[in-house]
Write a protein that binds this ligand. Structure first.
Ligand code: NDP
Length: 447
């Protein structure tokens, strides 16, 4: 069998064994496509069932999460933790609380996390978890009871040397606090290394809150530089208005760009004069309100419930909301309107068709597993600080993050060129992330 046949036989088997999980199929298909290039050059990477083992999680946990709402009614949610690959270190990856969460979504996120974590150069394996719990509209007390019930099961499976969760969509500082409190109580272990994204007075790291958004901008800056551009004077669209989006907006504006639009799931806001990020933080992080509040409080901003955020002319687009939010049509709109750079703050926000359009229309594109790795990288820095019971300054930690992101860009650019696909950062990220994990798996035997 040649490489093409080998990979497609394997992929068809994966589709059958993981039926009804389209996001997982999509994430695997993209990586396998790049791996064909590696396997043609280095066929030993197909030895010892390596590809099959890589696509099969080491452990998948699904559990019941019962809790009592403010009306005294029992609610039952489903919890997940997929411990995908530990060849490079303890499983590391966030927890997502969103009604759309199911096993396939957690598996796609866990799979991506393996390569992302490998690209950071830090010793962390890949995992992901979450629940179909919807935090929207819940009281603080309900969030706390849910988090406590979720952790009551999860605590059996995690630990600073085993699996270290963090936040993701719907899980921020408040949720990490409740989860950590319950973990300490049940495990009777008061070291802080079991979760990252903690508060600064109880083991958290400076820069972790900003890390994914800032890291995204640091990597994009390197991509721009490699093509003779800077952020100075650029028009930037940032979708979403959560943790990743807010800090991406803050950093691009600091670098002299103007954020001309952002969004949430209710619609998008056009901001031709830039975004008042402090106001947006207050609305989203403190008051926990919708983007419509921003429009009523800041002059010159317009709300659109219809149409596409990607329809505005811009230089750089940073999708920072959720998976598959930017499709082929949106990619064509961006290209038609002069956009030249796209970098993913969210995980897999661009559909395969959109990525094809970026290739055809010569838009420089940095995939999430490289571009949004700053969050997990800084989580790993939080783990280092916890292990040495130390805490580093903002400047030092930010500088480490900056260097990590610049190094990731250098690696994916060089790998794409080495494999004959100069400028294709998808191929560069997939291959560079894969090779490190694959070498470790081959060295460690069939386990
Ligand atoms: P948050 O929960 O803080 O924010 C998510 C944002 O995206 C909200 O503004 C939300 O709006 C919006 N959103 C969600 N779904 C849609 C949709 N269908 N259309 C438009 N907007 C939508 O999550 P994060 O910022 O943490 O995560 C965003 C993305 O970044 C995710 O893909 C996540 O996996 C990825 N990521 C996050 C990391 C982190 O450190 N937090 C690290 C690496 C990747 P609304 O409030 O209306 O739901």
């Amino acid at each position: 069998m040649n490489v093409e046949e080998q990979v497609s036989t394997y992929y068809n088997m994966l589709l059958k064994r993981n039926a009804g999980e389209p996001e997982f199929h999509q994430a695997v298909a993209e990586v396998l496509d790049s791996l064909k290039i590696v396997l043609k050059k280095d066929p030993h990477y197909a030895d010892y069932g390596l590809i099959q083992r890589l696509c099969e999680p080491e452990r998948q946990l699904i559990f019941r999460v019962p809790w009592v709402d403010d009306q005294g009614v029992v609610q039952v949610n489903r919890g997940f933790r997929v411990q995908f690959n530990s060849a490079l270190g303890p499983y590391k990856g966030g927890l997502r609380f969103h009604p759309s969460v199911n096993l396939g979504i957690i598996k796609f996120l866990g799979f991506e996390q393996i390569f992302k974590n490998s690209l950071t150069g830090l010793p962390i394996g890949g995992g992901k978890g979450g629940s179909d719990f919807d935090p929207k509209g819940k009281s603080d007390a309900e969030i706390m009871r849910f988090c406590q019930s979720f952790m009551t099961e999860l605590q059996r499976h995690i630990g600073e040397y085993r699996d270290v969760p963090a936040g993701d969509i719907g899980v921020g500082g408040r949720e990490i606090g409740y989860l950590f409190g319950q973990y300490r109580r049940l495990a009777n272990q008061h070291e802080s290394g079991v979760l990252t994204g903690k508060g600064l007075t109880w083991g958290g790291s400076l820069v972790r809150t900003e890390a994914t958004g800032y890291g995204l901008v640091y990597l994009t800056k390197e991509m721009l530089k490699s093509h003779g551009e800077t952020f100075e004077g650029a028009k930037v669209i940032v979708s979403g208005s959560g943790n990743v989006a807010i800090y991406a907006m803050e950093k691009v504006q600091e670098l002299g760009a103007t954020v001309i639009a952002f969004s949430d799931s209710s619609g998008w806001v056009e901001t031709p004069n830039g975004v008042d990020v402090e106001k947006l933080k207050e609305i989203k992080e403190v008051r926990r309100e919708r983007v419509t509040s921003y429009v009523s409080e800041v002059e010159g901003a317009t709300f659109h419930a219809e149409g596409s955020i990607w329809s505005l002319p811009c230089d750089v687009a940073l999708p920072c909301a959720t998976q598959n939010e930017l499709d082929g049509e949106a990619a064509r709109l961006l290209a038609d309107n002069g956009c030249r750079f796209v970098a993913e703050g969210a995980n897999m926000p661009s559909t395969p068709e959109a990525i094809e359009v970026f290739r055809e229309r010569k838009i420089h594109f940095a995939p999430g597993k490289a571009a949004n790795a700053g969050g997990v990288a800084t989580s790993a820095l939080e783990m280092q600080q916890n292990a040495s019971r130390d805490s580093w300054s903002f400047e030092y930690t930010d500088d480490r993050l900056h260097k990590i992101m610049a190094n990731i860009f250098k690696t994916i650019e060089a790998t794409a060129a080495e494999y004959g696909h100069d400028g294709d950062y998808v191929i560069g990220a997939n291959i560079a992330g894969f090779k490190k994990v694959a070498d470790a798996m081959l060295a460690q035997g069939v386990i």
